[in-house]
Design a protein around this ligand. Structure first.
Ligand code: PLP
Length: 444
């Protein structure tokens, strides 16, 4: 064990981690919503691995589907061939997603799903009937996070991830994040939606003709710190994109697959985007697979001969891989068979009650929830809402304390994040919130 710990700390380069400060935590088993560590601890997985584990670890149906697929074929490329399970998954995604999204491009990560949408939108304007090649720009929100490839970082707006790579990134138009909790002085909460939509309308009136697409995370900007958008904002964005003739990319990598209480966040405002990006929970958090869904209008603009250069020259070795597709099909089966979305509603209500209790703590400011997504903002001063500085690591300290109470969570700066698997039981939800409460009491 000592050998593993040493290598983990000194040779294995962990994502988004300052390796000089990394404390090793080695997981050897998962079962349901629980993780077991190499030193014999059991931890409730309060953030669904990386917001991706939907039905719990080692779900018998998903395990069996992957094993059965292994007996057939593990890898089939989508460059020039196909596999039955991949075709079935594409058809099923088209059937359950918002109306009009009838074509599916598979890749293998959330960033790639977004990258595909960005490139497809760009290329579409060049080869649609009556091309508009001047549309080369994108509009995204402040503090947005859409992944770590250069394209997805370009449309991302988190300075900490962005600044270092600035010379490599393309220019993106930005609008303020439409947060109901951080409104400018003089704007009432009830007017938040109109306020932000007016800004959006004005920006599209000015720049719409040069935009290839608008990119947003529907309902909640997750990695921005669980920033909830005002109700009606997404529908308004869709209407304004249509009015100004701009394509809409909905990044549902984090909010999709039941997380907000419906299978897709877009459903809650009856919105059909031009591109829908899915990853994370699509395979129940088992295997790398992502999808970009789009419309027949976009698809048609890419039809022609190779000589016409209308082909989408983009592809991933593991895009649509049969093992991932089998895990995704089983994940959707479990949604149906276990009525996951039906049972989820009580869990969402139970989480709300716990959050109301946490909100009373003197160092808790805004408490935000959408479905089974929650962010608890730690503040130095409750009256002014001034957050603790990122460097103070209060979020990490709360999580360290929660771990002493048997719960694994990971913060976003001074925001404590709760994103348990949708399969979490009521008792597990109680345990998660009690551990967070203990963490807040001790670490703030
Ligand atoms: N888009 C959003 C909204 C995300 O939250 C994430 C990851 O957290 C990504 C894209 C990138 O996904 P991946 O890490 O699979 O590349």
């Amino acid at each position: 064990m000592g050998d593993l710990l040493a290598w983990d700390k000194t040779h294995l380069w962990h994502a988004f981690t300052q390796m000089a400060e990394y404390e090793s935590l080695i997981v050897t088993r998962g079962q349901g919503c629980w993780l077991e560590t190499i030193d014999g601890r059991r931890l409730l997985d309060g953030v669904s691995s990386l917001w991706c584990n939907v039905h719990g670890h080692r779900h018998p149906r998903i395990d069996a589907a992957i094993k059965a697929q292994l007996d057939e074929v593990a890898h089939v490329t989508l460059l020039g061939m196909s596999a039955p399970v991949t075709i079935r998954l594409a058809r099923r995604l088209a059937e359950i997603s918002p109306a009009g999204l009838e074509h599916v491009f598979f890749s293998d990560s959330g960033a790639s799903a977004v990258e595909v949408a960005l490139k497809m939108a760009f290329q579409y304007w060049r080869q649609k009937p009556n091309p508009e090649p001047q549309r080369t720009k994108y509009l995204a929100l402040d503090n947005a996070y859409h992944g770590d490839t250069l394209g997805s970082v370009s449309v991302g707006g988190v300075a900490r991830f962005h600044q270092m790579f600035e010379p490599l990134l393309f220019d993106v138009l930005r609008l303020p994040q439409p947060s109901v909790d951080h409104l400018p002085a003089g704007i009432a909460r009830g007017d938040a939606c109109d306020y932000y939509l007016q800004q959006f309308d004005a920006a599209l009136a000015l720049h719409g003709h040069e935009l290839a697409a608008v990119v947003i995370e529907p309902l909640v900007q997750c990695a921005a710190g669980m920033i909830m958008h005002p109700p009606g904002y997404l529908r308004g964005i869709r209407q304004l994109c249509t009015k100004h003739g701009v394509l809409l990319i909905a990044d549902e990598v984090a909010v999709g697959m039941g997380r907000t209480g419906t299978m897709f966040a877009c459903e809650q405002e009856q919105v059909s985007p031009d591109f829908l990006c899915l990853a994370k929970g699509i395979t129940g958090g088992y295997l790398p697979l992502a999808a970009t869904l789009t419309t027949t209008e976009i698809w048609n603009a890419f039809l022609g001969t190779y000589a016409e250069s209308k082909t989408f020259f983009h592809g991933h070795t593991y895009g649509g891989n049969p093992l991932g597709a089998a895990a995704a099909m089983a994940t959707l089966d479990v949604f149906e068979q276990e009525q996951t979305l039906v049972h989820l509603q009580d869990k969402i209500a139970r989480l709300s009650k716990h959050l109301a209790r946490l909100a009373e703590h003197p160092h808790v400011g805004s408490v935000r929830q959408c479905g089974l997504i929650a962010g608890v903002e730690l503040v130095r001063d409750k009256a002014t809402g001034q957050p603790f500085a990122w460097e103070e690591k209060r979020g990490f300290r709360v999580c360290a304390e929660a771990m002493r109470h048997g719960v694994w969570i990971r913060p976003l700066g001074s925001v404590v994040v709760l994103m348990p698997p949708l399969a979490v039981s009521p008792d597990e939800l109680d345990l998660l919130c009690a551990a967070v409460e203990q963490g807040i009491l001790v670490a703030t």
